[in-house]
Design a protein around this ligand. Structure first.
Ligand code: SAH
Length: 285
């Protein structure tokens, strides 16, 4: 039996009607919603990768961040080291994580925990994602882009929250747009990001279900909150050849979905790890 995966509901009518050998979600036996497994799988769960990260080139000299100073540099280097050992391979993603002072994105009372691999509250019932989640999402979303192409690549984040992941993305991509639906968080992110001076990062306020059409097409889209399907406008705002990574909720569980746009009217879905994200909500507040 082939169950129609929830994300299909959002696809334009032409999807799935194309070349039978491609873009046939549900084709892999026993894995509803999973297309034929892509080989090789650079997206294997970090836990399966074993100690890796040999290629990483982190720990370039940094200006001391305000606040915790050198102690935070050390804590951050330690965090990046643990992420590399846990399987984050992309040197540019590791570099970016090293460059962004996560402690500046949480309230002072939580700053001492900023370099633990945990999600922390940021107000408005939302959280800053775990560093390992941020690393995995960006690594997956940019895996098709060789480093030389990233400076000219555009990315969209849905769910700015406190702005941390947007800042990391701005160190990986040439241009980043991030949209948030909670006004208070949108403003908080703007304040958090000010001192980092990232001219290639633009923050938008609105419902990310619609994406941000002005910046499209995007080479990568990262959704930081779980909906019941990937919103259709996002599929159309992807560049052909581009990648989207989003948590998708179904039956009380969430899984990370990787969508690759194979042509103007074909998308290929791969369902990855079980995850836990805050819900993707409708409208603004
Ligand atoms: N990117 C953040 C994670 C934030 S948590 C980080 O750097 O850690 C997810 C965020 O998605 C929340 O701030 C929530 O308000 C936001 N969100 C939920 N639904 C949304 C929607 N439809 N459009 C835009 N943002 C949304």
């Amino acid at each position: 039996m082939t169950r129609r995966p929830p994300w299909m509901a959002t696809l334009p009518p032409t999807v799935g009607g194309g070349t039978p050998s491609r873009s046939r979600p549900g084709g892999a036996a026993g894995q509803p919603g999973t297309t034929r497994p892509a080989a090789p799988r650079p997206d294997a769960a970090p836990a399966n990768r074993g100690p890796g990260g040999a290629a990483r080139t982190v720990a370039s000299p940094l200006p001391a961040p305000s606040g915790l100073g050198l102690a935070s540099d050390r804590a951050r280097a330690n965090m990046v080291d643990l992420l590399a050992r846990a399987g984050v391979r992309d040197p540019q993603v590791l570099d970016a994580l090293m460059q962004v002072p996560r402690h500046q994105f949480v309230e002072p009372a939580l700053a001492s925990r900023a370099y633990e691999d945990v999600a922390l509250p940021i107000g408005h019932g939302q959280t800053i994602s775990k560093p390992s989640t941020v690393a995995r999402m960006i690594e997956l979303a940019s895996a098709h882009l060789p480093r030389a192409r990233r400076a000219a690549a555009k990315a969209l984040e849905v769910g700015t929250g406190c702005g941390y992941q947007a800042a990391v993305m701005a160190r990986v991509y040439g241009e980043v747009v991030s949209i948030e639906r909670v006004r208070g968080l949108h403003e908080q992110a703007r304040a958090n990001l000010r001192s980092l001076r990232l001219p290639n990062l633009r923050l938008a306020f609105g419902d990310g279900h619609q994406g941000v059409a002005q910046g499209a097409p995007y080479d990568s889209i990262v959704v930081a909150a779980a909906g019941e399907a990937v919103p259709e406008p996002l599929l159309h705002q992807m560049r052909v050849g581009g990648r989207l990574v989003a948590p998708v909720a179904s039956g009380g569980r969430q899984a990370l979905h990787l969508v690759e746009r194979v042509s103007s009217d074909e998308w290929q879905l791969t369902v990855l790890d079980a995850v836990r994200f805050v819900p993707l909500r409708t409208g603004t507040t």
